[in-house]
Write a protein that binds this ligand. Structure first.
Ligand code: CP
Ligand code: NVA
Length: 306
């Protein structure tokens, strides 16, 4: 049994295996109605709890659909409606849920909640986003990049804006998949040093560049995310700080001619990125959304050793 808590806590070979398996599973389903079961049913007779303490469209639906395609069943639970939201300890919740279900995916605020759940659960726990990281998203993003441009190893990724949870998982992935990452954003929103240090410890070049135009030179991929994350309360101040890092056609033109644009969604048009970029020919945002499904199916199989 494996927990999928973060990209830096999962072996590089295992991560590579998941991306490759996701691609095979995706190819095998081409053209089939979405509800068609996969030929392989590794989750047959398995129940998966999906717990949400924050809103979600993609994570909720892609996990639910993925479990069904693999032959399992889901329970979609709102944290607020559980005793968890009314003072029952995380440790007790973990032990109780482990008696009912075979795997738990949780989207929560404090990373400590995820870690405590994993410590006490006797079934695999998957991180569906915390305030600090979002590993499932970046698995989908690596799959997406490689479908379009081949191996991500050695490529230059530019993160624009807030050094948030998605940025943190990109830094983890830079280390594990061997790409370089340039962060361009205001100093007050730099990613935590721990994430930068991890990528560098694995040999990746991590550059902090305040000038967005300089940052994107030679980029293979430019990534944006919302200026205001779900756990944020500094909305107005952040908008002013982040305006110079908006991804628009001018910024895209400074990257390599075939550079891709990614955004994990939900997007706020004309803020972190313009409609022209989000809808433009370099944008792969809906491939990313689709690939959440395929990547997470591989993650779930790995968690259960299947
Ligand atoms: N990208 C992503 O995680 O989207 P949701 O918040 O809709 O799940
Ligand atoms: N950084 C965003 C990602 C949403 C999927 C947030 O945490 O709200």
């Amino acid at each position: 049994m494996n927990h999928f808590l973060d990209i830096h806590k999962t072996g590089a070979n295992d991560l590579r295996g998941m991306i490759d398996q996701a691609r095979v599973m995706k190819d095998a389903r081409k053209g089939l109605p979405k509800g068609t079961p996969d030929a392989d049913q590794p989750l047959a007779n398995h129940l998966v709890a999906l717990i949400f303490e924050k809103p979600s469209t993609r994570t909720r639906v892609s996990f639910d659909v993925g479990v069904r395609q693999l032959g399992g069943q889901t329970l979609v639970l709102s944290g607020a409606d559980m005793q968890l939201g009314h003072g029952e300890s995380i440790a007790d919740t973990a032990r109780v849920l482990s008696r009912y279900v075979d795997m738990i995916m949780i989207r929560t605020f404090d990373e400590a909640t995820l870690l405590e759940l994993a410590e006490h659960a006797t079934v695999p726990v998957i991180n569906g986003l915390t305030d600090r990281t979002h590993p499932c998203q970046i698995m989908a993003d690596v799959l997406t990049f490689e479908e379009h441009h081949g191996p991500i190893k050695g490529k230059k990724v530019v993160w624009t804006g807030d050094g948030n949870n998605v940025c943190a998982s990109f830094l983890h992935a830079a280390g594990q998949f061997g790409f370089d990452l340039t962060f361009t954003g205001p100093e007050s929103l730099d990613p935590e040093q721990e994430f930068v240090d991890f990528a560098r410890s694995k040999g990746s070049t991590v550059t902090i560049e305040r000038d967005a135009d300089k940052a994107v030179e030679g980029a293979d991929l430019i990534v944006a995310d919302t200026w205001v994350s779900m756990h944020d309360d500094k909305a107005a101040a952040k908008h002013n700080l982040l305006q110079p890092y908006q991804v628009n056609e001018h910024l895209m033109a400074g990257a390599k001619g075939d550079a891709l644009f990614m955004h994990c969604l939900p997007a706020y048009r004309e803020q972190e990125a313009t409609s022209a970029v989000l809808e433009g020919p370099q944008s792969v945002i809906f491939d990313e959304a689709e690939n959440r499904l395929h990547a997470q199916k591989a993650v779930m199989r790995w968690c259960l050793g299947k």
